[in-house]
Design a protein around this ligand. Structure first.
Ligand code: AMP
Length: 289
């Protein structure tokens, strides 16, 4: 595995390997099985796998955890190597943002709900860094986790709107044995918080069960999930929402795919999770855009 730190070197590799297909896995590091499942999929489907690790300051708000976001480069290099990554792109902030940007990229749909409603500018930061990374790496396929389903919806819009010649492969959420979605931020949970965090996924399944078995309106469904979360967790509910996917508009009886999504704030970590399903209530775990 090659470790590359400059944009110039990464672009040179792309030129040298122009006949190979590249599968790209962008990450913020502190790798876990959620990331390695994307790397394995990329390895199985492409000639070359590029993964990036870059904690992107642009997508963190002033009161968010940019400084304290967990980092462990040595460990990440080992994990990436063991999971089929050929090129690990590790630029620093100066390399990615040497000057103040003169161009503003801003997403106007799919970003004013769910996490975007409270994380002002977050998805603008996401599409800005991904536009740069997509241009630098020029992959055929980019792999993202449906754990961050709103991010997937936003990236699908970006790729479509500006015609990046990239397939977006959205992959299943990888969970701990008790159902908690794996996340780099789970290390910030206290023992008690970790023990009850399994109820986030259970709350989603409770909501899905209501969707399948009871003819409830959307608000009643949302309220039932809220009630479940309040009963079984001590975290503060940031949102519970039920929307069409990937449009992220209110669900109607024409919506083919829906997302039930939640965010819960604990002392030092904000956890998100979701389930995506069709009208029959079948869970959708992968989507190709
Ligand atoms: P991050 O390092 O948190 O920015 O995540 C990098 C990529 O890994 C994103 O596409 C995430 O959606 C994906 N990812 C993070 N956690 C999981 C998980 N538990 N299951 C599947 N994919 C994940």
């Amino acid at each position: 595995m090659k470790v590359i730190r400059t944009i110039k070197e990464m672009q040179q590799i792309r030129r040298d390997e122009r006949l190979k297909t590249i599968g790209f896995v962008p990450t913020m590091g502190y790798l876990h099985e959620g990331h390695t499942s994307l790397m394995k999929k990329a390895t199985a489907e492409n000639d070359l796998v590029v993964a990036s690790i870059f904690v992107n300051p642009l997508q963190f708000g002033p009161s968010e955890d940019f400084e304290t976001y967990p980092r462990d480069e040595q460990r990440d290099q080992q994990i990436a190597k063991e999971n089929g990554v050929d090129i690990l792109f590790l630029p620093n902030v100066q390399e990615m943002y040497p000057d103040e940007l003169k161009v503003n990229l801003s997403i106007k749909e799919r970003a004013n709900v769910l996490c975007g409603a409270t994380r002002d500018g977050h998805f603008d930061g996401v599409i800005t860094v991904l536009t740069k990374l997509f241009n630098i790496v020029q992959p055929e396929v980019a792999y993202f986790g449906l754990k961050d389903a709103q991010q997937v919806a936003v990236v699908a819009a970006l790729i479509n709107d500006v015609n990046f010649p990239i397939v977006l492969s959205a992959e299943p959420t990888i969970r701990e044995a008790d159902g908690l979605a794996k996340s780099s931020r789970n290390v910030y949970l206290s023992t008690d918080e970790r023990a009850e965090a399994k109820h986030l996924y259970k709350a989603l399944l409770h909501g899905l069960n209501i969707f399948i078995n009871e003819q409830q309106d959307n608000d009643t469904l949302i309220q039932s999930v809220r009630k479940y979360l309040s009963k079984y967790t001590s975290g503060v509910i940031d949102y519970v929402d039920f929307l069409s996917y990937p449009e992220l508009k209110p669900v109607t009886n024409k919506s083919e795919r829906m997302i039930l999504a939640i965010a819960v704030k604990y002392k030092q970590a904000r956890l998100i999770d979701n389930v995506i399903f069709n009208r029959s209530g079948d869970i959708i775990e992968t989507i190709k855009f």
